[in-house]
Design a binder for this molecule. Structure first.
Ligand code: PGA
Length: 261
């Protein structure tokens, strides 16, 4: 695991945008896995900024979102599909046909989940999957207790997640089920990029990075991935025990860069 502890949430977004941009420059038809939620919003704003400056194009890029609420359609104001349109898709040159989100309004959600899993595979797999982390250690909507071998499927949300999703939205009764990529689906991506900012994530981040590999903390599955990068601000990194080592790695990385230039 490549752990970066940066000085601020803004620096986390810039680093994440650098990693996405490097991939898209190297491979314009890259397949990018996307996440919703508060954490990646600054990353999406930075990607839009770079697109507007002409530094980045998504014209051949394909995206796959992690999850979607069950029972609401892509036009619903609280759907993840709508959130992605508002925060990224509508502002860059991505082809609508190339941005995939599970259909939450499918009449056969199990079949939709299986088709989504098959589509990812048929398109050649995800090159870089962006992940947030829930306060309870979930990734996507893989709640604590999710099988580490799970594939895209219908999942019931935890009470904590439902409560969190409703915060500040008294008008919204959040669905209690979702279609989500499974943990195994996520691990199949060629590279993972987990982002976390803020003190509310500190315990989950510590459990995911330094706790035991366990279904009770689905994000701990990233320990199995050979190419996982985790980018944190100091608040989200506050409960880590190996910080001294991550700092040493950072120093070694800088020496290597200086040695090369
Ligand atoms: P957040 O959600 O970015 O809104 O905190 C992260 C997640 O639940 O995966």
């Amino acid at each position: 695991m490549d752990v970066w502890i940066l000085e601020s949430a803004e620096a986390v977004a810039v680093k994440a945008a650098d990693l996405c941009a490097e991939l898209i420059e190297r491979k314009p038809d890259a397949r990018l896995g996307l996440a919703t939620g508060a954490t990646p919003q600054a990353l999406y704003a930075e990607l839009i900024r770079r697109y507007q400056l002409g530094q980045l194009s998504f014209s051949r890029t394909e995206t796959f979102n992690l999850d979607e609420y069950l029972g609401i359609g892509p036009q619903h104001p609280r759907s993840f599909h709508r959130a992605m349109r508002d925060s990224l898709f509508a502002h860059v040159d991505i082809e609508p046909v190339n941005s995939h989100v599970p259909a939450g309004d499918s009449t056969d959600p199990a079949a939709e989940a299986a088709a989504y899993e098959a589509l990812i595979k048929a398109r050649g797999g995800i090159d870089l999957q962006i992940l947030g982390i829930g306060r309870n250690g979930h990734i996507g909507f893989n709640e604590p207790g999710s099988s580490l071998g799970s594939r895209t499927r219908v999942k019931t949300l935890s009470r904590a997640t439902i409560r969190h999703n409703q915060l500040g939205r008294p008008d919204f009764e959040p669905p209690i089920m979702a279609i989500t990529m499974g943990i195994r689906t996520i691990l199949d991506a060629r590279a993972l990029l987990m982002l976390a900012t803020g003190a509310a994530k500190a315990a989950a981040v510590a459990a995911a990075l330094e706790g035991p590999l366990a279904a009770s903390c689905p994000a701990s599955a990233i320990q199995l991935h050979p190419a996982a990068t985790v980018v944190l601000d100091p608040a989200a990194a506050a409960d880590l025990r190996l910080t001294d080592y991550y700092e040493l790695v950072d120093e070694a990385r800088r020496r290597l860069t200086i040695g090369r230039s």
